[in-house]
Design a protein around this ligand. Structure first.
Ligand code: GUN
Ligand code: FE
Length: 424
């Protein structure tokens, strides 16, 4: 198959490539650009998207699927009271499997509409609901890591697990997903240190090791949270080292959300472990958590990506998160002039190719990458022939003011995912 259009992608954080013409797709993977279709391949299907701009689809490595229905609610509080007042009550509703099935369908449809084809999600502590989410993603053709949340301390009685049962249910889901699912993988998901006992963290570290699984959690998001971790673990020097003490900082396989208030010692450890740090600027503003110094972290050699953290943030639309990360980094730079603000192409890289590595060769149109793409159309038909934009300007406008109506087609692993995927 050939896809015709104008392709924009970022082979590295310092490169934005623009290619106009035909992209050959072979077995779901990109197989090179052509100005004209070569003679030997003239029989293949051509999908012509005209003047549209085509970018790699978004990869969101930190999102709470059950919280989508709470987006925008409760941002008058900071993290800990926000969790207790707004988040825990909504997550408790997913005990009801019928409710979970409907709410997860609403979530997934919206994620698809916004152009996120791959993601790593927290479900809730409920195993049946988590399994339902995993199955829905598998049916959709999207790709994901999904974990049942583990939480057995400092949580309300209605949303708190018994340690052994939490571990047993986790192992069951690991085995079942390995047996029955192709596109959805299990990820070990302790909520965060305040909500997971030492015994639970140790058990999860063992499961991660036994099945060689990735781990996702939250780290150093909020000052009160950090103080609480210090109170709970006075003998461990830092928050990051608590995870490490229980085998939860797995090399190249760990996603930590926020990581705002880090000491140099923690940064060294996270760098050594090649942990992926999710920069969630919108959430960090909505919950007054702080500003991750993303430029400084990148220069230090930390693996930062841009993620949504719905519903700590108010939208799953990754284009808006790119814009927000750039806006926040500009404001941050006013007080830290040595930290250059994030550029738009850099932000695109941090939401496509950089997080894509969690899924293999994903997030770029370089040869051999799985073809995940969004076809973007920002044209104003009424102005046709009298006004036009360069491909890069079209990308800029989509990032700042585009929405699902501007995404004309979505591809995941070479497959067109259209409305019909919701009828399966
Ligand atoms: N820390 C622990 N749980 C959560 C959550 O659900 N959202 C955010 N943003 N931080 C958390
Ligand atoms: Fe989060």
């Amino acid at each position: 198959m050939f896809i015709k259009g104008t392709f924009l992608y970022t082979p590295s954080i310092t490169e934005l490539t623009v290619e106009q013409g035909y992209l050959h797709i072979k077995e779901g993977k990109t197989d090179g650009f052509y100005e004209e279709i070569p003679q030997a391949l003239t029989g293949e299907e051509v999908r012509d998207y005209g003047d549209a701009v085509i970018i790699p689809a978004f990869n969101d490595l930190h999102i709470h699927a059950p919280q989508y229905i709470n987006r925008g609610v409760g941002f008058d509080r900071e993290l800990m009271p926000w969790l207790e007042t707004y988040t825990f009550p909504v997550e408790a509703k997913y005990r009801d499997i019928e409710f979970a099935a409907k709410a997860y369908q609403i979530f997934l449809r919206r994620l698809w509409a916004c152009g996120t084809m791959r993601f790593s999600a927290f479900a809730t502590m409920h195993a049946p609901g988590t399994w339902e989410l995993m199955r829905q993603v598998e049916r959709s053709g999207m790709r994901a890591y999904i974990g049942k949340v583990n939480m057995d301390r400092n949580s309300p009685e209605y949303l708190c697990e018994e340690t052994e049962r939490s571990l047993a249910e986790t192992e069951e889901l690991i085995c079942r997903s390995e047996e029955e699912l192709k596109h959805v993988k299990y990820i070990i998901t302790p909520r965060f240190v305040p909500a997971t006992s030492e015994k639970l963290m140790a058990g999860l570290g063992e499961l991660a090791e036994k099945y060689d699984l990735p781990v996702q959690s939250h780290l150093s998001e909020n000052k009160s949270e950090i103080a609480f971790v210090k109170e709970l673990h006075p003998d461990i020097p830092t928050y990051t080292e608590v995870y490490n003490a229980f085998g939860l900082l797995r090399k190249e396989k760990t996603i930590m959300a926020h990581a705002i208030h880090l000491s140099d010692r923690e940064k060294e450890l996270l760098k050594e472990k090649q942990a992926t740090l999710c920069h969630c600027a919108q959430s960090n503003a909505d919950l007054s958590s702080g500003v991750m110094p993303v430029r400084r972290n990148l220069e230090f050699g930390l693996d930062c990506v841009i993620a949504s953290d719905v519903a700590g943030s108010h939208t799953p639309a990754m284009n808006r998160h790119l814009a927000m990360c750039i806006e926040v980094s500009k404001l941050h730079a006013l007080n830290h002039p040595q930290e250059r603000p994030l550029q738009l192409a850099e932000a695109l890289y941090l939401a496509t190719k950089k997080p894509g590595r969690f899924f293999g060769k994903v997030g770029s149109f370089e040869k051999g990458y799985e073809f995940d793409a969004l076809v973007i159309d920002m044209a104003e038909p009424e102005l046709s022939g009298t006004f036009s934009r360069t491909p890069f300007e079209t990308l800029e406008q989509f990032i700042y003011d585009g929405d699902d109506r501007n995404i004309k087609a979505r591809y995941c692993a070479g497959e067109l995912l259209d409305e019909e995927i919701w009828e399966k």
